[in-house]
Design a protein around this ligand. Structure first.
Ligand SMILES: [Zn+2]
Length: 306
């Protein structure tokens, strides 16, 4: 049995839709190893569909910027460069044309490239997310190997590349984090009188742990303390959220918790309960992180409201 997969591209204008064959399969009798698609076939199919899709998108985008919007004259072509875009479904090399600016606009840049203006990043956000997601639960090496096995990336992914992208994502997230001073978690409570009845109390588990250097030369050499927390909404089906920071270097712990709680929809008049083991290293943290919170330590006899 022969099966052919074709992709039809209809741009929606006066041009005829185009049809491209992306995969041809030949199957023998039904058996466990012939049922459905194999991983290699799925890779081939996804990569081929991605090529057709991106080619059509690029052609459409270039067509939209072919003429001057002010006078209607066609831009003069200057040169063409290659742009490489890495996606979850293959690396695509695009011909990126550069045009001379229209004479009716003497001011401004002498040339421009419509594709370069749009495709500033050469890795798609989805691939950046997958790298960060995988690297959050395994080593960079393993993340690179697993991503290459599961997705048709079209090129080898190296641990250093994953690390670089993860750090770039982290830097962007850090830059988006607001100032510590205006986190204003507990202070908002006074303004919450007019709010609807809040959900049940939100519980935040908090604990600290020490990470030691593998090349430690003395007891205090190369170690640092990590504070990790997990916020558990007690009502509805909202998922738990985790956060962590290194006390020595973290400059915005309150802001970090603020973002976690707000992502879970905490209200200004909602009670937040911290659960800790009462260790000296984290005993005072809840009071700083969320002043009106209640803290329950490992022993119920030490339970108290702050
Ligand atoms: Zn013009």
């Amino acid at each position: 049995m022969k099966i052919t997969v074709r992709v039809v591209v209809d741009t929606g204008d006066a041009t005829e839709p185009t049809e491209v064959e992306v995969l041809a399969l030949d199957r023998e009798d039904l058996a466990p190893d012939t049922v459905g698609l194999h991983l290699a076939e799925a890779h081939e199919l996804l990569g081929a569909v991605q090529d057709v899709l991106v080619t059509a998108q690029v052609k459409h985008a270039c067509g939209q910027h072919r003429c001057c919007p002010d006078c209607g004259r066609a831009f003069r072509h200057k040169d063409t460069k290659k742009i490489s875009i890495t996606t979850l479904f293959g690396t695509v090399i695009l011909n990126s044309p550069r045009y001379l600016a229209c004479p009716c606009r003497p001011e401004g840049a002498a040339s421009f490239s419509p594709l370069s203006a749009v495709l500033v990043e050469h890795t798609t956000p989805e691939l950046a997310y997958a790298q960060a997601r995988f690297a959050a639960v395994m080593s960079y090496n393993q993340a690179a190997a697993l991503l290459g096995e599961v997705f048709p990336l079209g090129r080898a992914l190296h641990a250093s590349g994953v690390r670089e992208h993860v750090h770039r994502v982290a830097a962007r997230l850090e830059a988006e984090l607001g100032p510590e001073e205006t986190a204003g978690l507990g202070e908002c409570r006074q303004d919450g009188d007019g709010l609807p009845l809040p959900d049940l109390p939100l519980v935040v588990g908090l604990d600290g742990g020490y990470v030691h250097s593998s090349t430690q030369t003395s007891r205090t050499d190369g170690w640092f303390e990590v504070v990790a927390g997990k916020s558990l909404p007690t009502g509805g089906n909202k998922p738990a959220k985790c956060f962590a920071f290194v006390q020595k270097i973290e400059t915005k712990p309150r802001r970090r918790l603020h973002e976690v709680l707000h992502a879970q929809g905490v209200q200004a008049n909602q009670t937040v309960i911290f659960l800790t083991d009462g260790g000296e290293d984290i005993r005072d943290l809840p009071r700083y992180l969320y002043p009106p919170s209640t803290t329950w330590t490992g022993s119920t006899s030490r339970c108290g409201s702050r």
